[in-house]
Ligand binder design. Structure first.
Ligand code: B12
Ligand code: SF4
Length: 453
């Protein structure tokens, strides 16, 4: 069979980082590797500007079209599936990815034939085998239209798979992570035992770390041509012993890359000497969730660190010369004083880059119930759930004023607190120009939201 695997285009009107950066579609590259054993498979990445779905469809003339999905992509995925059926009703459509895992029902329409609630080598191969024989029956983790989309309640998780990075060879120069371009991404571990209250990641991957064999990781690294690699594990710095072994292997194999990763404050505090060794092996920047300046909020979020821990971790990372890309969560019950306190706190922490996200009680989180009465959007307004929009009605000021404070804060931090000069020093003027254009898009979206509020 001929199978076309598609990543939907960026969504301009949603608040996303898409204008600034996007990385390789790992999930599609993983299933490509399995499917290509028996089929002719191609990836079409519509996030890359200039790619045209109709043109590709006509050229490749697929028997099946598989589409990946994140929360905000639902409308785009459904539109693509509809287009497939209009172009050729015989072509089979199937959908997978994060949104299919969290809410498979969002894709239960007449244009989607199969929804992968979770994906394993077995269920993928089983579907292909049945389709090749022209048969159909229940498959674990797959909700099929001919079976009335049964199985949405099935329990199971996405399997760790090794991606085939050659599948995106023609796109690879576009893939970046903030200033690092070209940049690959890889996953070395699943799950997160910190299980913070607002976080979807441990819910998707499990509440304990499942570390993948390091030799398998080193083999992938050896094949990655890009000089920079973003490790998208939830807390790559978590396991001291594993990190030491990782450094041993990098040194033994002579692998030199720029590494960027997510790391928790807890991990930074627990083994700074190992993180220092990792720095000697290429660790350039860590994405840390400091979230808030209030211990009470950190506790409510079930974060395992305190405000004081955050300050200590920021000092350690400064001393080690590792850049910090910090994220903060804006609480809907903040007043003007709180925004001022956050400003002071950010000044104290001095991260190289700061990003801010309004607290988002995503429909699958228990937090959703707590804020249900105050929600501005309903769960079907998919594009609103990007972790960029204010989704909970603020209690201490109007929504318009809240957006105003948010915008003022974002501009203050980015313009006054040196992140521009840091970016120029680190990545050069060209990159800053590209990112500046992206940030301008985000600012414009926020301005629109403010005036509409
Ligand atoms: C890398 C990454 C990105 C990359 C690339 C994402 C991509 N898939 O194309 C970029 C930078 C582009 C990105 C952007 C965004 N992201 Co993001 N991202 C991640 C991250 C860190 C890792 C995802 C990943 O690659 N995992 C590994 C792969 C292997 O897993 P996977 O894609 O799920 O694939 C598996 C299965 O789902 C399946 N599969 C995947 N696709 C398909 C397709 C078919 C047909 C089949 C059968 C199976 C299948 O195969 C794999 C088997 O293991 C996750 C956090 C996390 N740890 O999950 C957040 C995450 C997925 N992102 C998230 C969000 C919110 C966003 C943004 C909206 C953020 C923003 N405001 O800008 C944007 C949206 C972009 C857009 N559409 O415009 C949320 C998703 C929430 C949700 N409910 O969907 C997550 C979970 C982070 C979070 N906040 O909790 N992201
Ligand atoms: S440490 Fe990070 S990835 Fe882990 S649960 Fe908390 S917010 Fe999520």
């Amino acid at each position: 069979m001929k199978i076309l695997l598609v990543r939907p285009p960026r969504i301009k009107q949603a608040v996303t980082l898409g204008e600034m950066m996007f990385c390789e579609p790992l999930g599609l590259q993983c299933i490509y590797k399995i499917l290509k054993e028996q089929h002719r498979v191609e990836i079409l990445d519509l996030m890359v500007q200039g790619e045209d779905f109709h043109k590709k469809f006509k050229e490749f003339n697929p028997d099946m079209v598989g589409i990946t999905s994140l929360c905000i992509d639902v409308d785009n995925v459904l539109k693509l599936a509809r287009e497939v059926k209009v172009l050729n009703p015989k072509v089979i459509t199937f959908v997978g990815g994060t949104q299919a895992y969290l809410s498979p029902e969002s894709f239960f329409t007449q244009h989607v034939d199969h929804v992968f609630k979770f994906t394993t080598t077995d269920n993928l191969k089983k579907l292909m085998e049945l389709l090749s024989k022209g048969e159909m029956g229940p498959i674990e983790g797959v909700c099929s239209r001919v079976l009335d989309f049964e199985g949405a309640e099935a329990k199971g998780r996405n399997e760790y798979m090794v991606p085939d990075r050659n599948s995106t060879k023609k796109y690879r120069s576009y893939y970046s992570y903030l200033g690092y371009k070209p940049c690959a991404i890889m996953q070395t571990s699943l799950g997160c035992s910190k299980s913070c209250d607002f976080c979807l990641r441990w819910r998707i991957e499990g509440a304990r770390e499942e570390d993948i064999d390091l030799q398998l990781i080193i083999n992938q690294l050896k094949e990655i041509e890009e000089p920079s690699v973003m490790i998208c594990d939830n807390d790559f710095l978590n396991n001291e012993e594993r990190l030491e072994k990782f450094c041993d292997l990098l040194e033994r194999e002579g692998i030199t890359k720029n590494f960027i990763c997510y790391g928790s404050v807890h991990s930074v505090l627990s083994h700074p000497h190992t993180i220092s060794r990792l720095k000697d092996n290429g660790l350039k920047a860590v994405l840390v969730g400091y979230e808030t300046f209030k211990n009470e909020e950190l506790e409510n979020y079930r974060k395992k660190s305190t405000v004081e821990d955050n300050i200590k971790a920021s000092e350690i990372l400064k001393q080690l010369g590792i850049d910090v890309w910090a994220s903060f969560m804006l609480h809907p019950d903040w007043d003007l004083e709180d925004f001022k306190s956050l400003k002071k706190y950010v000044k104290k922490l001095r991260p190289e880059i700061s990003t801010f996200s309004p607290l988002t009680p995503f429909p699958n989180l228990p937090m959703y119930k707590k804020y249900e009465e105050r929600l501005i959007y309903n769960p079907m307004e998919y594009e609103a759930w990007s972790f960029g929009k204010v989704t909970i009605k603020p209690s201490k000021m109007s929504l318009r004023r809240y957006y105003f404070e948010l915008l003022r804060f974002v501009l203050y931090v980015n313009v006054r607190m040196n992140s521009t000069s840091y970016m120029i020093k680190r990545f050069g003027v060209g990159t800053v120009f590209r990112m500046g254009r992206g940030s301008f898009g985000v600012v414009k979206t926020y301005l629109n939201l403010m005036f509409k509020a």
